[in-house]
Design a protein around this ligand. Structure first.
Ligand SMILES: C[S@@+](CC[C@H](N)C(=O)[O-])C[C@H]1O[C@@H](n2cnc3c(N)ncnc32)[C@H](O)[C@@H]1O
Length: 229
């Protein structure tokens, strides 16, 4: 969605920011158990005021959240009793958590540095289909070769014209398959989810995908090994 939608959502709060969870997301806990966070720089695009940032800070070297709306960033620090240091305009640090109050679409790897792991919960699906390609490109240019991208999506029917948008395996393969190995690690039907009754949905599930970037070299090296063996 366009920026005004998100500024209005955070200004109104309540049901408009019901995507915010008071607890660490179970998929974040699962990601920590894989060992992928060890010594990693974790990027959380479109992070809102997610407490997952604090959880990752316990398991990773550094966590970088990117959030457009200053209200969300302020609430993150105040609700968690943190007193951040301003490193640069829009860049706030508390320990190994960095919050960038910036537009993801405008960030470059030169400014942000490269990430080893992405945690994307309700971020790709915050955008309609015609913005999702730009979103994927914007995140991908902040990754080091070989990075891991954990992608959480919702998948439901019938489709709705508002976030969170429905994204399933077929679209994930289509968008990521050329550069990432795609593994679906969660497919959790949730008939009790509040959206089901609210929108009269006939199916609803929460998905988790582990995407592993396949840099060109990773394909070439095994070929050479095989030939010389
Ligand atoms: C659906 S929420 C997801 C929040 C978060 N991932 C979580 O788990 O709570 C989408 C968030 O992305 C932010 N956002 C939207 N467009 C953005 C952009 N271009 N750059 C950075 N943040 C953006 C919104 O303000 C909102 O907080």
């Amino acid at each position: 969605m366009e920026p005004d939608f998100w500024f209005d959502s955070w200004r109104e709060g309540g049901t408009k920011t019901s995507f915010h969870l008071p607890k660490v997301h179970p998929h974040a806990r699962w990601l920590a158990e894989t060992g992928l966070l060890r010594d990693a720089r974790v990027l959380v695009p479109l992070c809102g005021k997610s407490v997952d940032l604090l959880f990752f800070a316990e398991h990773a070297r550094e966590v970088v959240g990117v959030e457009l709306v200053a209200d969300a960033v302020d609430q993150f620090f105040s609700e968690n009793g943190l007193d951040p240091v301003r490193e640069a305009p829009g860049v706030l640090r508390a320990g190994n958590v960095v919050m960038r109050n910036q537009d993801l679409f405008e960030l470059t790897a030169e400014e942000v540095g490269q990430a080893d792991v992405v945690f994307d919960r309700a971020s790709l699906i915050a955008f309609p289909a015609d913005m999702r390609e730009r979103y994927v490109e914007s995140v991908a240019r902040l990754l080091r070769p070989g990075a891991a991208w954990f992608l959480n999506t919702l998948e439901y029917a019938p489709l709705l014209p508002t976030p969170p948008f429905s994204v399933g395996l077929a679209e994930v393969r289509e968008r990521f398959g050329a550069s990432f190995a795609v593994e679906q690690v969660f497919a959790e039907p949730k008939p009790e989810h509040r959206m089901v009754e609210k929108f009269g949905l006939t199916s609803f599930q929460e998905n988790g995908y582990l995407l592993r970037h396949q840099p060109q070299d990773a394909w070439v090296v095994p070929e050479l090994d095989r030939v010389s063996a």
